[in-house]
Design a protein. Structure first.
Length: 69
């Protein structure tokens, strides 16, 4: 039975950690591209339909009646 020395096993762990770190550093960062989005400009739309917008506010919630049928 062949036994591995501590130095050889330690080197394998170090090499595996280095390879994993190198692979992870090459992966593209997805959240960075999501931050590049530009919000649309709604100023023209607000000027066109602004007067027709109605603000509706409710004061209480009414229980629904059962349907007949």
């Amino acid at each position: 039975m062949m036994m591995l020395s501590w130095e050889r096993t330690g080197f394998r762990h170090w090499a595996l950690a280095a390879a994993t770190a190198a692979a992870l550093s090459l992966m593209p960062l997805a959240p960075a591209s999501a931050q590049l989005r530009v919000l649309p400009d709604f100023t023209e739309l607000v000027e066109q339909v602004g007067p027709s917008v109605v603000n509706i506010r409710t004061l209480e919630k009414v229980a629904a009646r059962p349907r007949l049928g």
